[in-house]
Design a protein around this ligand. Structure first.
Ligand code: NDP
Length: 257
């Protein structure tokens, strides 16, 4: 059976949990060979086993890499191209959300967050782009894709979120500028901005920050999105016909105004 992504090769960063893990499964179910990238290799190995057992994808590849290290990001991309011969889709999903008042926050936490949310995304994109441009010119789909996972925090700013807001507003700006540079070369560049999704993301914060967040006005989201909801939206973006480019998708839980 020919699926919409049959013959394509996709990289998903931050695939060891949450949105990235669900996205890898979703793209594989559409027929893509999926390379899953994160630091926790044992989780990636389990995911590869699950993807291959589910059928759909030709195969999956686990790549342990810290994308904040430019050499590791470049090697991750090159390793995929060496092994698979092409690259069609890059999902820049890896991210950290470290919250807190500016006056109380360690600068080191900001640096870690900027390193993943912005530098890692830049390194992966820069390394992948020549290969995506090549795939966009061939006959398989006549198009290639980058989807950057931003956030509602790339659209709205709140107290406690200042540095995270800065990283995600930055992702939105970079995405739109790059979109204008390469869309007419058939590389579609889109940004997806989720509201609250039930993942491990908040657990990277101290218990105090998590308690403060839970107690703050408007913080409680009764029914957050599930990772599969975002994965399906990403799959929608990258399976449009070659004539159609989704530049922005804002995906919210119904219970989060
Ligand atoms: P998770 O914490 O479940 O996933 C984050 C992923 O990023 C993990 O797989 C982690 O893997 C990876 N990662 C972190 N640092 C690095 C690094 N240095 N190198 C490689 N991979 C790294 O959270 P989500 O699934 O929720 O987050 C995914 C994206 O969605 C993020 O960009 C986040 O900002 C965004 N988002 C999430 C929302 C939510 O409510 N959950 C809402 C809006 C946006 P490992 O630790 O193994 O390296």
């Amino acid at each position: 059976m020919t699926l919409k992504l049959t013959g394509t090769v996709a990289i998903v960063t931050g695939a060891s949990s949450g949105i990235g893990e669900a996205t890898a499964k979703e793209l594989a179910a559409h027929g893509a060979t999926v390379a899953v990238v994160a630091r926790r290799k044992e989780r990636l190995d389990t995911l590869v086993t699950e993807i291959e057992a589910a059928g759909g994808a030709a195969f999956a590849i686990a790549i342990a890499a810290d994308i904040t290290d430019r050499a590791q990001a470049e090697q991750a991309v090159q390793g995929v191209v060496d092994r698979c011969g092409r690259l069609d889709v890059l999902i820049n999903n890896a991210g950290l959300m470290l919250l807190g008042h500016v006056v109380d926050t360690d600068v080191e936490e900001w640096e870690r967050m900027i390193a993943v949310n912005q530098n890692g995304l830049l390194y992966m994109t820069k390394a992948a782009l020549p290969h995506l441009l090549t795939s966009a010119r061939d006959d398989l789909r006549g198009v290639a894709d980058i989807v950057n996972i931003s956030s509602i925090a790339g659209r709205q700013a709140w107290a406690n979120f200042a540095a995270y807001n800065m990283t995600k507003f930055g992702v939105n700006g970079f995405t739109e500028a790059l979109r204008q540079e390469v869309t007419k070369l058939q590389v579609r560049v889109g940004v997806l901005e989720p509201g609250a999704v039930a993942t491990e993301l908040v657990s990277q914060n101290s218990q105090k920050v998590q308690d403060d967040l839970a107690a703050s006005d408007g913080a409680a989201i009764p029914v957050p999105l599930q990772p599969v909801d975002i994965a399906e939206s990403i799959a929608f973006m990258v399976t449009r016909p070659a004539r159609s480019s989704i530049a922005e998708l804002w995906a919210m839980p119904t219970s989060q105004a």
